[in-house]
Design a protein around this ligand. Structure first.
Ligand code: CMC
Length: 425
Protein backbone atom coordinates (compact mmCIF):
# COMPACT_ATOMS: atom_id res chain seq x y z
CA UNK A 1 0.00 0.00 0.00
CA UNK A 2 1.41 3.43 -0.86
CA UNK A 3 1.61 6.13 1.77
CA UNK A 4 1.92 9.91 2.01
CA UNK A 5 4.28 11.59 4.45
CA UNK A 6 3.27 14.45 6.70
CA UNK A 7 5.91 16.43 8.52
CA UNK A 8 4.53 18.23 11.54
CA UNK A 9 6.37 19.71 14.49
CA UNK A 10 9.60 18.19 13.23
CA UNK A 11 8.21 14.65 13.20
CA UNK A 12 7.34 12.51 10.18
CA UNK A 13 4.04 10.62 9.96
CA UNK A 14 2.95 8.11 7.33
CA UNK A 15 -0.62 8.16 6.10
CA UNK A 16 -2.10 5.36 4.02
CA UNK A 17 -3.30 6.07 0.49
CA UNK A 18 -6.62 4.47 -0.41
CA UNK A 19 -7.28 3.78 -4.09
CA UNK A 20 -10.66 3.31 -5.78
CA UNK A 21 -11.47 1.11 -8.77
CA UNK A 22 -11.10 4.02 -11.22
CA UNK A 23 -7.74 5.05 -9.79
CA UNK A 24 -9.13 7.77 -7.53
CA UNK A 25 -6.84 8.28 -4.57
CA UNK A 26 -7.36 9.59 -1.07
CA UNK A 27 -5.25 10.07 2.05
CA UNK A 28 -6.63 8.15 5.01
CA UNK A 29 -6.53 10.67 7.85
CA UNK A 30 -8.31 8.55 10.44
CA UNK A 31 -5.26 8.08 12.65
CA UNK A 32 -4.07 11.67 12.23
CA UNK A 33 -5.75 12.91 15.39
CA UNK A 34 -4.56 10.04 17.55
CA UNK A 35 -0.95 10.38 16.33
CA UNK A 36 -0.68 14.17 16.04
CA UNK A 37 -3.72 15.79 17.72
CA UNK A 38 -4.56 17.42 14.38
CA UNK A 39 -7.87 17.33 12.59
CA UNK A 40 -8.44 18.06 8.90
CA UNK A 41 -10.31 21.28 8.08
CA UNK A 42 -12.39 21.36 4.91
CA UNK A 43 -15.49 23.58 5.16
CA UNK A 44 -18.23 22.38 2.83
CA UNK A 45 -16.35 19.05 2.44
CA UNK A 46 -14.94 20.26 -0.89
CA UNK A 47 -12.11 17.75 -0.81
CA UNK A 48 -13.23 15.20 1.75
CA UNK A 49 -14.22 11.63 1.02
CA UNK A 50 -16.88 10.66 3.56
CA UNK A 51 -17.13 6.99 2.58
CA UNK A 52 -16.21 4.32 0.06
CA UNK A 53 -19.06 3.66 -2.34
CA UNK A 54 -19.63 1.33 -5.29
CA UNK A 55 -22.79 2.99 -6.64
CA UNK A 56 -21.94 5.95 -8.88
CA UNK A 57 -18.75 7.14 -10.51
CA UNK A 58 -18.21 10.75 -11.58
CA UNK A 59 -15.16 12.22 -13.27
CA UNK A 60 -15.92 15.92 -13.06
CA UNK A 61 -12.93 16.95 -15.16
CA UNK A 62 -13.96 14.75 -18.07
CA UNK A 63 -17.75 15.07 -17.62
CA UNK A 64 -18.28 11.34 -16.98
CA UNK A 65 -21.17 9.87 -14.99
CA UNK A 66 -21.77 6.14 -14.57
CA UNK A 67 -24.36 4.20 -12.56
CA UNK A 68 -22.83 0.93 -11.31
CA UNK A 69 -20.32 1.21 -14.15
CA UNK A 70 -22.85 1.89 -16.90
CA UNK A 71 -22.47 5.23 -18.79
CA UNK A 72 -25.40 7.57 -18.14
CA UNK A 73 -25.85 8.13 -21.89
CA UNK A 74 -26.59 4.40 -22.38
CA UNK A 75 -28.74 4.02 -19.27
CA UNK A 76 -30.84 7.09 -20.11
CA UNK A 77 -31.62 5.89 -23.62
CA UNK A 78 -31.97 2.13 -23.03
CA UNK A 79 -33.63 1.65 -19.63
CA UNK A 80 -36.87 2.36 -17.82
CA UNK A 81 -36.79 4.04 -14.44
CA UNK A 82 -37.79 0.92 -12.49
CA UNK A 83 -34.86 -1.06 -13.89
CA UNK A 84 -32.52 1.78 -12.87
CA UNK A 85 -33.99 1.74 -9.35
CA UNK A 86 -33.17 -1.96 -9.09
CA UNK A 87 -29.70 -1.50 -10.57
CA UNK A 88 -28.75 1.31 -8.20
CA UNK A 89 -30.19 -0.27 -5.07
CA UNK A 90 -29.16 -3.89 -5.60
CA UNK A 91 -25.97 -3.41 -7.63
CA UNK A 92 -26.76 -5.40 -10.79
CA UNK A 93 -29.35 -5.23 -13.55
CA UNK A 94 -32.33 -7.49 -12.82
CA UNK A 95 -32.99 -10.42 -15.16
CA UNK A 96 -36.42 -10.52 -16.83
CA UNK A 97 -38.01 -12.44 -13.96
CA UNK A 98 -36.52 -10.23 -11.24
CA UNK A 99 -37.62 -7.12 -13.11
CA UNK A 100 -41.16 -8.37 -13.57
CA UNK A 101 -41.43 -9.22 -9.86
CA UNK A 102 -39.93 -5.89 -8.83
CA UNK A 103 -42.35 -3.98 -11.07
CA UNK A 104 -45.28 -5.99 -9.79
CA UNK A 105 -44.37 -5.20 -6.18
CA UNK A 106 -44.00 -1.52 -7.05
CA UNK A 107 -47.51 -1.46 -8.49
CA UNK A 108 -49.04 -3.33 -5.55
CA UNK A 109 -47.90 -0.77 -2.98
CA UNK A 110 -48.91 2.51 -4.58
CA UNK A 111 -51.89 3.21 -2.31
CA UNK A 112 -51.57 5.47 0.70
CA UNK A 113 -53.15 4.49 3.98
CA UNK A 114 -56.51 6.31 3.95
CA UNK A 115 -55.65 8.04 7.24
CA UNK A 116 -52.75 9.79 5.54
CA UNK A 117 -55.17 11.63 3.29
CA UNK A 118 -56.34 13.57 6.35
CA UNK A 119 -52.87 15.09 6.78
CA UNK A 120 -53.29 16.96 3.50
CA UNK A 121 -56.37 18.72 4.85
CA UNK A 122 -54.28 20.57 7.42
CA UNK A 123 -52.10 22.43 4.93
CA UNK A 124 -52.89 25.97 3.76
CA UNK A 125 -53.70 26.29 0.03
CA UNK A 126 -50.31 27.81 -0.89
CA UNK A 127 -48.20 25.23 0.95
CA UNK A 128 -45.01 24.38 -0.93
CA UNK A 129 -45.25 20.74 -2.09
CA UNK A 130 -41.70 20.06 -0.82
CA UNK A 131 -42.81 20.82 2.74
CA UNK A 132 -45.69 18.40 2.29
CA UNK A 133 -43.34 15.78 0.79
CA UNK A 134 -40.87 16.01 3.68
CA UNK A 135 -43.64 15.65 6.26
CA UNK A 136 -45.36 12.80 4.43
CA UNK A 137 -42.14 10.85 3.99
CA UNK A 138 -41.45 11.03 7.73
CA UNK A 139 -45.10 10.15 8.44
CA UNK A 140 -44.79 6.90 6.51
CA UNK A 141 -42.60 5.71 9.36
CA UNK A 142 -45.55 5.68 11.75
CA UNK A 143 -47.52 3.47 9.37
CA UNK A 144 -44.69 1.12 8.43
CA UNK A 145 -42.21 0.73 11.31
CA UNK A 146 -38.82 -0.58 10.36
CA UNK A 147 -38.50 -4.34 10.26
CA UNK A 148 -34.80 -5.25 10.26
CA UNK A 149 -35.62 -8.62 8.73
CA UNK A 150 -37.45 -7.09 5.77
CA UNK A 151 -35.89 -3.76 4.84
CA UNK A 152 -36.73 -4.45 1.19
CA UNK A 153 -40.42 -4.10 1.89
CA UNK A 154 -40.07 -0.49 3.01
CA UNK A 155 -37.83 0.19 0.02
CA UNK A 156 -40.65 -0.98 -2.23
CA UNK A 157 -43.17 1.07 -0.26
CA UNK A 158 -41.22 4.27 -0.56
CA UNK A 159 -40.61 3.90 -4.30
CA UNK A 160 -44.25 3.00 -4.91
CA UNK A 161 -46.00 5.45 -2.60
CA UNK A 162 -43.82 8.52 -3.18
CA UNK A 163 -45.46 9.28 -6.53
CA UNK A 164 -48.92 9.05 -4.92
CA UNK A 165 -47.75 11.39 -2.14
CA UNK A 166 -46.41 13.84 -4.72
CA UNK A 167 -49.46 13.78 -6.97
CA UNK A 168 -51.74 14.27 -3.95
CA UNK A 169 -49.62 17.26 -2.87
CA UNK A 170 -50.18 18.77 -6.31
CA UNK A 171 -53.93 18.07 -6.31
CA UNK A 172 -54.16 19.62 -2.85
CA UNK A 173 -52.40 22.77 -4.12
CA UNK A 174 -54.96 23.25 -6.91
CA UNK A 175 -57.97 22.19 -4.86
CA UNK A 176 -58.86 19.15 -6.98
CA UNK A 177 -59.87 15.72 -5.68
CA UNK A 178 -57.16 13.09 -5.39
CA UNK A 179 -56.86 10.58 -8.20
CA UNK A 180 -55.95 7.07 -7.07
CA UNK A 181 -53.15 5.09 -8.70
CA UNK A 182 -53.89 2.64 -11.50
CA UNK A 183 -51.79 -0.46 -11.32
CA UNK A 184 -51.72 -1.37 -15.00
CA UNK A 185 -49.61 1.70 -15.81
CA UNK A 186 -45.85 2.22 -15.82
CA UNK A 187 -44.30 4.18 -12.95
CA UNK A 188 -44.15 7.51 -14.87
CA UNK A 189 -47.55 7.08 -16.55
CA UNK A 190 -49.23 6.22 -13.26
CA UNK A 191 -47.81 9.37 -11.70
CA UNK A 192 -48.77 11.64 -14.60
CA UNK A 193 -52.30 10.29 -14.60
CA UNK A 194 -52.65 11.01 -10.87
CA UNK A 195 -51.45 14.57 -11.63
CA UNK A 196 -53.59 15.38 -14.63
CA UNK A 197 -56.71 13.19 -14.59
CA UNK A 198 -59.97 14.45 -13.09
CA UNK A 199 -62.70 12.10 -11.84
CA UNK A 200 -65.25 13.17 -14.46
CA UNK A 201 -63.17 12.21 -17.50
CA UNK A 202 -60.93 9.45 -18.76
CA UNK A 203 -57.35 10.53 -19.27
CA UNK A 204 -54.73 8.77 -21.36
CA UNK A 205 -51.14 9.75 -20.62
CA UNK A 206 -49.45 10.89 -23.85
CA UNK A 207 -46.49 8.61 -24.69
CA UNK A 208 -44.22 11.60 -25.23
CA UNK A 209 -44.81 12.74 -21.62
CA UNK A 210 -44.33 9.25 -20.22
CA UNK A 211 -41.03 8.88 -22.08
CA UNK A 212 -39.86 12.37 -21.18
CA UNK A 213 -40.52 11.72 -17.49
CA UNK A 214 -38.78 8.36 -17.71
CA UNK A 215 -35.63 10.09 -19.03
CA UNK A 216 -35.79 12.85 -16.42
CA UNK A 217 -36.19 10.39 -13.57
CA UNK A 218 -33.23 8.33 -14.75
CA UNK A 219 -31.00 11.37 -15.15
CA UNK A 220 -31.71 12.40 -11.56
CA UNK A 221 -31.47 8.92 -10.05
CA UNK A 222 -28.08 9.23 -8.35
CA UNK A 223 -25.12 11.56 -8.10
CA UNK A 224 -22.88 10.11 -5.39
CA UNK A 225 -22.15 12.21 -2.27
CA UNK A 226 -24.16 15.36 -3.05
CA UNK A 227 -25.77 17.43 -0.29
CA UNK A 228 -29.02 15.45 0.01
CA UNK A 229 -27.35 12.03 -0.32
CA UNK A 230 -24.78 12.96 2.31
CA UNK A 231 -27.69 14.09 4.49
CA UNK A 232 -29.36 10.74 3.90
CA UNK A 233 -26.20 8.96 5.00
CA UNK A 234 -25.63 11.31 7.91
CA UNK A 235 -29.12 10.88 9.33
CA UNK A 236 -29.06 7.16 8.51
CA UNK A 237 -25.76 6.81 10.38
CA UNK A 238 -27.60 7.54 13.63
CA UNK A 239 -29.69 4.44 12.79
CA UNK A 240 -32.71 6.58 11.93
CA UNK A 241 -35.07 4.53 9.76
CA UNK A 242 -35.43 4.76 5.99
CA UNK A 243 -38.42 7.14 6.02
CA UNK A 244 -36.87 9.55 8.53
CA UNK A 245 -33.62 9.57 6.55
CA UNK A 246 -35.48 10.22 3.28
CA UNK A 247 -37.45 13.04 4.86
CA UNK A 248 -34.19 14.76 5.84
CA UNK A 249 -32.80 14.24 2.34
CA UNK A 250 -35.93 15.87 0.87
CA UNK A 251 -35.32 18.94 3.03
CA UNK A 252 -31.67 19.10 1.95
CA UNK A 253 -32.65 18.84 -1.71
CA UNK A 254 -35.15 21.68 -1.43
CA UNK A 255 -32.55 24.48 -1.23
CA UNK A 256 -31.90 26.54 -4.39
CA UNK A 257 -28.20 25.68 -4.43
CA UNK A 258 -29.17 22.02 -4.78
CA UNK A 259 -32.42 20.56 -6.20
CA UNK A 260 -34.32 23.79 -5.73
CA UNK A 261 -32.20 25.23 -8.56
CA UNK A 262 -34.60 23.90 -11.20
CA UNK A 263 -37.36 26.14 -9.81
CA UNK A 264 -34.89 29.02 -9.40
CA UNK A 265 -33.75 28.74 -13.05
CA UNK A 266 -37.28 29.22 -14.39
CA UNK A 267 -37.93 32.11 -12.00
CA UNK A 268 -34.65 33.69 -13.13
CA UNK A 269 -35.47 33.27 -16.84
CA UNK A 270 -38.97 34.67 -16.33
CA UNK A 271 -37.51 37.66 -14.54
CA UNK A 272 -35.01 38.33 -17.35
CA UNK A 273 -37.75 37.96 -19.94
CA UNK A 274 -40.10 40.30 -18.03
CA UNK A 275 -37.42 42.97 -17.86
CA UNK A 276 -36.80 42.95 -21.63
CA UNK A 277 -34.68 39.80 -22.14
CA UNK A 278 -31.32 41.51 -21.76
CA UNK A 279 -28.97 38.58 -20.95
CA UNK A 280 -25.81 40.69 -20.87
CA UNK A 281 -27.27 43.05 -18.28
CA UNK A 282 -28.22 40.10 -16.07
CA UNK A 283 -24.80 38.49 -16.50
CA UNK A 284 -23.08 41.74 -15.53
CA UNK A 285 -24.87 41.56 -12.20
CA UNK A 286 -23.87 37.89 -11.83
CA UNK A 287 -20.25 38.74 -12.57
CA UNK A 288 -20.18 41.44 -9.89
CA UNK A 289 -19.66 38.49 -7.50
CA UNK A 290 -22.84 39.18 -5.49
CA UNK A 291 -23.77 35.70 -4.17
CA UNK A 292 -27.47 36.71 -4.41
CA UNK A 293 -27.07 37.04 -8.17
CA UNK A 294 -25.87 33.72 -9.49
CA UNK A 295 -26.59 32.26 -12.87
CA UNK A 296 -28.87 29.53 -11.59
CA UNK A 297 -28.41 26.14 -13.26
CA UNK A 298 -24.70 26.88 -13.80
CA UNK A 299 -21.70 25.64 -11.85
CA UNK A 300 -21.09 22.47 -9.94
CA UNK A 301 -18.86 21.32 -7.11
CA UNK A 302 -17.64 18.30 -9.05
CA UNK A 303 -18.09 19.05 -12.77
CA UNK A 304 -15.47 21.34 -14.20
CA UNK A 305 -16.67 20.40 -17.65
CA UNK A 306 -20.10 19.82 -19.19
CA UNK A 307 -22.48 18.03 -16.86
CA UNK A 308 -23.40 15.05 -19.09
CA UNK A 309 -26.97 15.21 -17.78
CA UNK A 310 -27.34 18.81 -18.98
CA UNK A 311 -26.12 17.79 -22.45
CA UNK A 312 -28.71 14.99 -22.62
CA UNK A 313 -31.46 17.26 -21.36
CA UNK A 314 -30.72 19.98 -23.89
CA UNK A 315 -31.16 17.46 -26.71
CA UNK A 316 -34.22 15.97 -24.99
CA UNK A 317 -35.77 19.44 -24.68
CA UNK A 318 -35.57 20.00 -28.44
CA UNK A 319 -37.09 16.62 -29.20
CA UNK A 320 -39.90 16.97 -26.61
CA UNK A 321 -40.83 20.45 -27.83
CA UNK A 322 -40.89 19.13 -31.42
CA UNK A 323 -43.12 16.20 -30.48
CA UNK A 324 -45.46 18.37 -28.44
CA UNK A 325 -45.49 20.93 -31.26
CA UNK A 326 -44.93 23.80 -28.87
CA UNK A 327 -42.52 26.66 -28.66
CA UNK A 328 -41.37 28.22 -25.40
CA UNK A 329 -39.46 31.51 -25.62
CA UNK A 330 -37.81 30.59 -22.30
CA UNK A 331 -35.99 27.73 -24.07
CA UNK A 332 -34.61 30.23 -26.60
CA UNK A 333 -33.61 32.52 -23.76
CA UNK A 334 -31.88 29.67 -21.89
CA UNK A 335 -29.92 28.67 -24.99
CA UNK A 336 -28.91 32.28 -25.62
CA UNK A 337 -27.81 32.65 -22.01
CA UNK A 338 -25.80 29.42 -22.18
CA UNK A 339 -24.08 30.45 -25.42
CA UNK A 340 -23.06 33.84 -24.00
CA UNK A 341 -21.92 32.42 -20.63
CA UNK A 342 -19.82 29.67 -22.23
CA UNK A 343 -17.79 32.31 -24.09
CA UNK A 344 -17.55 34.75 -21.22
CA UNK A 345 -14.18 34.94 -19.44
CA UNK A 346 -15.82 34.94 -15.97
CA UNK A 347 -17.46 31.56 -16.59
CA UNK A 348 -14.60 30.11 -18.64
CA UNK A 349 -12.02 30.95 -15.96
CA UNK A 350 -14.12 29.37 -13.20
CA UNK A 351 -15.09 26.37 -15.35
CA UNK A 352 -18.80 27.04 -14.89
CA UNK A 353 -21.02 24.97 -17.20
CA UNK A 354 -24.75 24.29 -17.28
CA UNK A 355 -25.78 21.64 -14.77
CA UNK A 356 -28.74 19.24 -14.69
CA UNK A 357 -31.10 21.95 -13.44
CA UNK A 358 -30.54 24.34 -16.34
CA UNK A 359 -32.82 22.57 -18.84
CA UNK A 360 -34.90 20.25 -16.65
CA UNK A 361 -37.30 22.99 -15.53
CA UNK A 362 -38.01 24.03 -19.11
CA UNK A 363 -38.99 20.45 -19.92
CA UNK A 364 -41.18 20.13 -16.81
CA UNK A 365 -42.89 23.38 -17.84
CA UNK A 366 -43.58 21.99 -21.30
CA UNK A 367 -45.06 18.90 -19.63
CA UNK A 368 -47.50 21.12 -17.74
CA UNK A 369 -45.85 20.64 -14.36
CA UNK A 370 -46.11 23.79 -12.22
CA UNK A 371 -42.88 25.46 -11.12
CA UNK A 372 -43.36 24.68 -7.42
CA UNK A 373 -43.48 20.97 -8.25
CA UNK A 374 -40.09 20.93 -10.01
CA UNK A 375 -38.07 20.01 -6.93
CA UNK A 376 -40.63 17.34 -6.09
CA UNK A 377 -39.88 15.86 -9.52
CA UNK A 378 -36.19 15.86 -8.65
CA UNK A 379 -37.08 14.12 -5.36
CA UNK A 380 -38.94 11.34 -7.16
CA UNK A 381 -35.98 10.76 -9.44
CA UNK A 382 -33.39 10.82 -6.64
CA UNK A 383 -35.17 8.30 -4.39
CA UNK A 384 -33.35 5.20 -5.68
CA UNK A 385 -30.00 6.95 -5.19
CA UNK A 386 -30.76 7.92 -1.61
CA UNK A 387 -32.05 4.43 -0.86
CA UNK A 388 -29.03 2.79 -2.48
CA UNK A 389 -26.64 4.85 -0.34
CA UNK A 390 -28.60 4.25 2.87
CA UNK A 391 -28.66 0.52 2.13
CA UNK A 392 -24.98 0.41 1.15
CA UNK A 393 -24.08 2.04 4.46
CA UNK A 394 -26.29 -0.29 6.50
CA UNK A 395 -24.86 -3.36 4.77
CA UNK A 396 -21.22 -2.26 4.82
CA UNK A 397 -19.25 -5.36 5.88
CA UNK A 398 -16.75 -3.07 7.61
CA UNK A 399 -19.62 -1.52 9.60
CA UNK A 400 -20.38 2.17 9.76
CA UNK A 401 -19.79 4.89 12.28
CA UNK A 402 -22.11 7.72 13.15
CA UNK A 403 -21.32 10.80 11.01
CA UNK A 404 -19.78 13.21 13.43
CA UNK A 405 -17.37 15.78 12.00
CA UNK A 406 -14.97 17.81 14.13
CA UNK A 407 -14.52 21.58 14.17
CA UNK A 408 -11.99 24.26 14.90
CA UNK A 409 -13.53 26.29 17.70
CA UNK A 410 -13.23 30.06 17.18
CA UNK A 411 -15.51 31.34 19.95
CA UNK A 412 -14.89 32.94 23.33
CA UNK A 413 -12.46 31.36 25.78
CA UNK A 414 -13.90 30.34 29.14
CA UNK A 415 -15.64 33.19 31.00
CA UNK A 416 -17.89 33.41 34.05
CA UNK A 417 -21.66 33.48 33.62
CA UNK A 418 -22.29 36.04 36.40
CA UNK A 419 -25.49 35.73 38.37
CA UNK A 420 -27.59 38.75 37.37
CA UNK A 421 -30.74 37.38 38.95
CA UNK A 422 -32.25 36.65 35.49
CA UNK A 423 -33.26 33.10 36.42
CA UNK A 424 -35.91 34.48 38.78
CA UNK A 425 -37.43 36.85 36.15
N1 CMC B 1 -23.07 31.93 -11.13
C1 CMC B 1 -22.06 32.80 -10.96
N2 CMC B 1 -20.91 32.51 -10.35
C2 CMC B 1 -20.78 31.26 -9.87
C3 CMC B 1 -21.80 30.30 -10.01
C4 CMC B 1 -22.98 30.68 -10.68
N3 CMC B 1 -23.97 29.83 -10.82
N4 CMC B 1 -21.40 29.14 -9.45
C5 CMC B 1 -20.17 29.36 -8.97
N5 CMC B 1 -19.80 30.66 -9.22
C6 CMC B 1 -18.49 31.25 -8.93
C7 CMC B 1 -18.39 31.65 -7.45
O1 CMC B 1 -18.82 32.99 -7.24
C8 CMC B 1 -16.91 31.46 -7.20
O2 CMC B 1 -16.25 32.58 -7.77
P1 CMC B 1 -14.93 33.18 -7.02
O3 CMC B 1 -13.90 32.11 -7.14
O4 CMC B 1 -14.62 34.43 -7.78
O5 CMC B 1 -15.35 33.44 -5.60
C9 CMC B 1 -16.54 30.25 -8.07
O6 CMC B 1 -17.49 30.27 -9.15
C10 CMC B 1 -16.60 28.93 -7.33
O7 CMC B 1 -17.91 28.81 -6.77
P2 CMC B 1 -18.23 28.13 -5.39
O8 CMC B 1 -19.46 28.74 -4.81
O9 CMC B 1 -17.01 28.09 -4.53
O10 CMC B 1 -18.54 26.64 -5.87
P3 CMC B 1 -19.22 25.52 -5.03
O11 CMC B 1 -18.66 24.26 -5.51
O12 CMC B 1 -19.13 25.79 -3.57
O13 CMC B 1 -20.77 25.65 -5.40
C11 CMC B 1 -22.81 25.43 -6.58
C12 CMC B 1 -21.42 24.84 -6.34
C13 CMC B 1 -23.60 24.44 -7.42
C14 CMC B 1 -23.54 25.59 -5.22
C15 CMC B 1 -22.70 26.79 -7.28
O14 CMC B 1 -22.06 26.62 -8.53
C16 CMC B 1 -24.05 27.48 -7.45
O15 CMC B 1 -24.52 28.17 -6.53
N6 CMC B 1 -24.69 27.30 -8.65
C17 CMC B 1 -26.04 27.84 -8.86
C18 CMC B 1 -27.07 26.95 -8.21
C19 CMC B 1 -27.26 25.67 -8.99
O16 CMC B 1 -27.42 25.67 -10.20
N7 CMC B 1 -27.30 24.56 -8.26
C20 CMC B 1 -27.54 23.23 -8.84
C21 CMC B 1 -26.33 22.37 -8.75
S1 CMC B 1 -26.40 20.88 -9.75
C22 CMC B 1 -27.70 19.92 -9.20
C23 CMC B 1 -27.78 19.73 -7.74
O17 CMC B 1 -26.82 19.57 -7.01
O18 CMC B 1 -28.92 19.68 -7.28
Amino acid sequence: MSTAKLIYDGKEYELDIVEGSEGERGVDTLKLRKDTGLITLDPGFGNTGSCKSAITFIDGEKGILRYRGYPIEEVATRARFTEVCYLLIYGERPDADQLAKFRRKLTLHTLLHEDMKKFYEGYPPGAHPMSIMAAMMASLSSFYPEDETDLDMNIIRILAKSKTLAAFAFKKSIGQPFIYPRNDLSWPANFLRMMYAVPAEEYEVPKVLEDALNTLLILHADHEQNCSTSTMRMVGSSDADLFASISSAVCALWGPRHGGANQAVIEMLEQIQASGGDCEKFLDKVKSGDPNHRLMGFGHRVYKNFDPRAKLLKTAADSIFDQLGIHDPLLDLAKKMEAIALKDEYFVKRKLYPNVDFYSGIIYRAMGIPTEMFTVMFTLGRLPGWIAHWREMRNDPEGYRIYRPRQIYTGEKERTFEDRGTKAL
